[in-house]
Design a binder for this molecule. Sequence first.
Ligand SMILES: C[S@@+](CC[C@H](N)C(=O)[O-])C[C@H]1O[C@@H](n2cnc3c(N)ncnc32)[C@H](O)[C@@H]1O
Length: 353
Amino acid sequence: MAPVANETTAHADGRVGRRIENYTAFWQKDISKEDTQDTENRLSNYVDVINGYYDGATGLYEYGWGTSFHFSRYYPGEGFYQALARHEHYLAFKMNLKPGMRVLDVGCGIGGPAREIAQFADVQIVGLNNNEFQVGRARKLTKKAGLENQISYTVGDFMKLAEKFGENSFDAVYAIEATVHAPSWEGVYGEIQKVLKPGGVFGVYEWCMTDRWDPSIPEHKEVAHGIEIGNGIPEMRPLAKARQAILNVGFEIEHEEDLAERPDPIPWYYPLEGDISKAQTLWDVFTVWRMSNSGKFVTHHGLWLIEKLGIVPKGTWEVGETLKIAADALVKSGREKLFTPMYLVIARKPAPN
Ligand SMILES: C[S@@+](CC[C@H](N)C(=O)[O-])C[C@H]1O[C@@H](n2cnc3c(N)ncnc32)[C@H](O)[C@@H]1O
């Protein structure tokens, strides 16, 4: 990794030092001091909040998780990477993707899911992401995989899809754990609806607070706050609101399920628990170890050192610290079923009769 200056303009790799440093300033350290103005501020500055987070967190995600930045369910004995790929295949299967379709990946990360789905379903994919650094990584990894004729990437805001692509331009659109970052669900789903061809399909794994979540309970509010700050999310919202937004923008819901409600013996949040006895394969011991106390210790000090050496931008260590808050909040809310990262919805844009 090349050293990154702490400038306000972008470094050659797309990261901007100043916005990483500013990231945590969008939240009150003391949750009791958070008010609606803080949320409003994050919502109106969503581009800076999210890019600050991902400029700082992307390297850590790759180190700790891989190239697909999402959760999945697990079957006993199933390897971590196998489960991530299966989760992606499942979405493609439920969407009934067919060879040759032109598909948009909204909030594509560094392209892990796009590469997997392109090969699984023989589709052409455009990956859209507002983070320049991630798009650079996505292009590099896709070239290495020999998939550049099947997948292209573009930098852009998912709140402005029609402006970028024009209406009725995709056969299918999917979004994996990305649209939770939107300042409003109606906004992003409405844009997705516009760029889909009539009769086109939208598939999403959404992050939401479940019906058990009650923001009037301080502990519940605190857990949502932990998910927000630890994951670069301006505001966590309830599942019912996501569902309603999909309907409000004119989609017809064909299938929906909160996959976190399945009675799985191995829960979706297990890799974050840092309990290596739960690793399903020998290789996964390393993945789970990174989230254990000793693994966190190594990352904490290693990151501090490489930041001091100027190898990663200033502020990266602090963003790394918020990832620990995220892990605790996600495990707690997962155990209590207050949160899901896998509310699956398959919806269709109506075709004229
Ligand atoms: C948790 S990551 C998921 C990435 C990818 N879907 C995956 O599963 O690997 C969320 C992604 O949404 C992107 N994102 C957030 N806000 C965005 C916006 N306004 N426009 C486009 N992409 C956005 C982030 O940059 C990040 O790549």
